[in-house]
Ligand binder design. Structure first.
Ligand code: GZL
Length: 363
């Protein structure tokens, strides 16, 4: 609900509670703001509104200064996603002046569209979306624009003809991540004396149509074009999950007996691929038969490199919460914001002091 209206309602509720029966709980329950009737799919902390109405008069809630943010998250498919969700939940707290309404779409676009519509219905102040795939968003973004609710994109990109439908986008440079992976592979093979060797590769892609999948596949393709001795035997989607990654690698190992490199478009797919490689009686990592590389650089990927299973991981920073909050604060102050905002990213491999780096990692 718009902060101004909420503020008037809360003050009225507090006044009635004081003058009427004194039972703040009763008055608060009947006077709680509309967002307590949030639709089932939005994870709305139902008791928060009641708590807000009971809060001390000088709290942000009582004065209605909270900025309500509806966040349509992709799902909970990977360690990266968990870290990304945590970044939002630890940033958009009441202490920081926000009320977060969080929705987990379980990797389904139709659920994200439903969540966005419920945020519009609840008249949130901002809508943040991590779009599961790039296309199919124009209609619902037009509805948000019609309702006067600014939309901010986080993580993956939307392919829309009118970029005024969103205020800004924060995320990783996925094409660059793919190209950095290709360049690392070329150097690594050269160092192994295999720079001219015929190299057979397979790719376990992410969710097809997700900008992380589109960009990483494109970046790696750009590098394949630079190496005529590299051959991409096959590519299949592992849906960014460990289970599907293992399944796809099992099928690759049945189809091809001479795989030199597997490129996994996120760390969780790599964990599954490594299980499949070992189950097939093969080895992987710096001392193994198959080179395994992946994207994200979550803590478990460091543990896998330290264990000698994973060769390298290409970072995709999930800590978007503070960046999105910065954008909202600028919009609140009427300041211009950059439309495209890349996060800082690196890569990590087994030549590095991984234990020391891991000790400092935030995710
Ligand atoms: C990248 C993000 C991807 C991660 C996966 O920004 O969209 O989705 O690489 C996650 O781990 O599932």
């Amino acid at each position: 609900m718009k902060r101004k209206v909420l503020s008037a309602l809360l003050i009225a509720a507090m006044t009635m509670a004081t003058v009427g029966c004194g039972g703040g709980q009763q008055a608060a329950d009947t006077q709680a703001p509309a967002e307590t009737e949030a639709p089932a799919e939005a994870e709305t902390p139902a008791d928060d509104a009641a708590a807000d109405a009971e809060a001390p008069a000088d709290s942000a809630a009582a004065s209605g200064e909270l900025i309500t943010v509806g966040y349509a998250q992709v799902g909970a498919e990977s360690d990266w996603r968990t870290a990304n969700t945590e970044s939002f939940k630890s940033t958009f707290t009441e202490e920081n002046g926000y009320k977060l309404i969080f929705d987990d779409a379980q990797q389904k676009q139709e659920n994200q569209i439903k969540a966005i519509r419920s945020f519009i219905q609840q008249e949130v102040d901002y809508i943040v979306v991590a779009p599961v795939v790039e296309t199919g968003w124009e209609t619902v973004l037009e509805e948000a624009k019609e309702a006067g609710i600014p939309v901010i994109l986080s993580d993956r990109m939307m392919d829309v003809s009118d970029d005024t439908l969103y205020e800004a986008w924060v995320g990783g440079n996925f094409v660059k991540e793919g190209e950095t992976c290709g360049d690392w592979l070329a150097t690594y093979l050269e160092e192994q004396g295999r720079g001219e060797e015929e190299i057979n590769m397979v790719t376990i892609q992410g969710t097809i149509g997700a900008s992380a999948q589109v960009g990483r596949t494109e970046g790696m393709a750009n590098k394949l074009a630079e190496h005529s001795n590299w051959k991409m035997l096959d590519m299949q989607s592992g849906e960014f999950t460990q289970a599907k990654g293992q399944e796809v690698m099992e099928s690759f190992l049945k189809s091809y007996d001479d795989i030199d490199v597997v490129i996994c478009e996120n760390d969780n797919e790599a964990f599954g691929a490594i299980d499949a490689i070992k189950a097939a009686g093969k080895t992987c990592g710096p001392e193994g038969d198959i080179i395994v590389v992946s994207f994200d650089s979550v803590k478990a990927a460091f543990e896998s490199m330290i264990a000698g299973d994973l060769n390298a991981t290409f970072e995709c920073n999930p800590l978007h919460g503070p960046r999105v909050a910065e954008i909202i604060q600028k919009l609140e102050a009427g300041e211009a914001v950059d439309k495209i905002q890349y996060v800082d990213e690196a890569y990590f491999d087994t030549s590095m002091d991984l234990e020391s780096i891991l000790a400092e990692r935030a995710y």
